[in-house]
Design a protein around this ligand. Structure first.
Ligand code: F0G
Length: 460
């Protein structure tokens, strides 16, 4: 496995933060205290934290310098205009409405356009977009092409929308019941897979045909644009900025979590052209997020986001970013560890049911893998499987599990070096060789929704 080359970091380090070593005994105690739930472990007790790529980025010197230029005026802070300029230059929409993070953007958008009984299709909704639709008593519909659910299909654009399914769905519901169509780029809940420009354009054409607004969930738009450059022939010679601009040119607007591809620790926005809808969104925003030129953020946060949006389009950065994911994925795959293929833009996804074939789905193999990774090596990952998405269909009825039982190793942006990833790969390979020792779990306490955050479990 040494012939897989570590990607060289396209940055050097001028500020460092210590990693904390813990003993196995300490981790064992912490697991018991947290109810075998890694969300309950204090971050300082984690050696390598791959729980999420959201809000965990390292900011650049230019972003940190930007914080000092924060204009903390209530209305019309200069940093808002910097953000507006940055968003307009990439996304191309006239209205830029800041929010404190992605789900707030979703809430103010959906709250202004979605009614009870409506349906909102997407390739695969992220949990927060789904929740923000369902809370309005509307339906969130996943219409990704079938390959999205096949971890072995080595296809370039497994995030694509199934257009035939989309048309059929709109015909069945009636266009009047579909207030907007979303497309998640990259498709986080389906392995971080990109959507092709061809598919974005065709989805847009279907929406235009029915007169339905089309929005991108743009959290990882730069990673998506990079994959288009690398995988979609016609775009090899275009810059990532040009590709991103073309992606957005087919949409009516976008929601954004700046915590991903704006390289900040907090922030988001919704952007669109429709004046009347923008006014409703701004009215909605004022109730909970704040005045439309700050939307729940400090002036300094707006500045960091404006600067991050430009940095994220740097092609050396994007090449390294995706190479890091492929490096970790390549090392473990070569050693026979079952992984979702191809590797996505922000994470490696382990196929937990194949990794731990002796643990039944009802005993949560993905969760067991997260517990083992923490206990043995101090690594924190997130289960995207039976605990996160399992549904009990009624009293006494068996639990229904999602198609895929995954563990996501999300790589924070610009935080870990190749040697950190090598440590993670070696740990996973070691665990795979000792997989027989990993035990399943049962849930002893859970909340009625988003139970994975707070559930308590015990080992069998
Ligand atoms: N959409 C997608 C595709 C996401 O991945 C996320 C967040 C959101 C929307 C919501 O953004 O967190 O700023 O409110 N994903 C994080 C993750 C939490 O770990 O994948 P937010």
């Amino acid at each position: 496995m040494t012939d897989i080359k570590p990607p060289m970091e396209p940055f050097r380090i001028k500020m460092v933060e210590p990693l904390h070593a813990t003993s196995r005994r300490e981790r064992e105690t912490l697991l018991k205290q947290s109810g075998f739930n890694v969300f309950g472990i204090p971050a300082e007790k984690v050696t390598i934290d791959l729980l999420t790529d959201s809000g965990t980025s390292a900011m650049s010197d230019d972003q940190w310098a930007g914080l000092m230029t924060g204009d903390e005026s209530y209305a019309g802070a200069r940093n808002f205009f910097h953000l507006e300029e940055a968003v307009r230059s990439i996304f191309g929409f006239s209205h830029v409405i800041p929010t404190h993070q992605g789900r707030a953007a979703e809430r103010v958008l959906f709250g202004s356009i979605v009614k009870k009984g409506d349906s909102v299709p997407s390739n695969i909704h992220f949990d927060t977009t789904r929740a923000n639709i369902e809370v309005l008593e509307a339906r969130a519909e996943d219409l990704a092409a079938a390959a999205a659910y096949d971890p072995d299909a080595e296809l370039p654009f497994k995030g694509d929308m199934d257009l035939a399914k989309l048309k059929k769905f709109i015909d069945r519901k009636g266009a009047g019941k579909v207030p907007l169509v979303m497309l998640t780029v990259t498709n986080n809940s389906g392995g971080g897979q990109p959507v092709s420009l061809k598919n974005i354009k065709e989805t847009s054409e279907v929406c235009a045909h029915y007169g339905i607004p089309f929005f991108l969930d743009a959290c990882r738009f730069a990673e998506n644009a990079w994959f288009i450059k690398k995988r979609e022939k016609a775009y090899a010679k275009k810059s990532v900025l040009e590709i991103a601009q073309e992606m957005f040119s087919y949409a009516d607007g976008a929601t954004m979590s700046g915590k991903k591809d704006a390289l900040v620790n907090i922030g988001g926005f919704v952007t669109l052209d429709d004046d009347a809808l923008a006014e409703r969104i701004k009215n909605n925003l004022i109730i909970s997020e704040g005045f439309p030129t700050y939307g729940g953020l400090a002036g300094r946060d707006l500045e960091a986001m404006a600067r991050g949006l430009k940095e994220v389009l740097d092609e050396d950065y994007l090449e390294h970013r995706t190479a890091q994911v492929a490096y970790l994925g390549g090392l473990v795959a070569k050693a026979g560890v079952p992984v979702f293929k191809p590797f996505g833009g922000h994470a490696v996804y382990l196929l937990a049911d194949r990794f731990l074939p002796h643990i039944r789905r009802a005993q949560y193999p993905g969760w067991a893998l997260t517990v083992a990774l923490y206990r043995e090596y101090g690594i924190r990952a997130v289960e995207i499987g039976g605990v996160m998405f399992g549904q009990k269909t009624g009293k006494g009825k068996a639990e229904v599990f999602p198609e895929l039982e995954l563990v996501r190793l999300a790589i924070p942006r610009r935080v870990y070096t190749a040697s950190h990833l090598r440590y993670v790969a070696d740990a996973i390979i070691d665990l795979h060789m000792n997989r027989d020792k990993v035990r399943g779990l049962r849930i002893v306490r859970e909340s009625p929704f988003l139970r994975h955050f707070t559930a308590r479990l015990e080992e069998l």
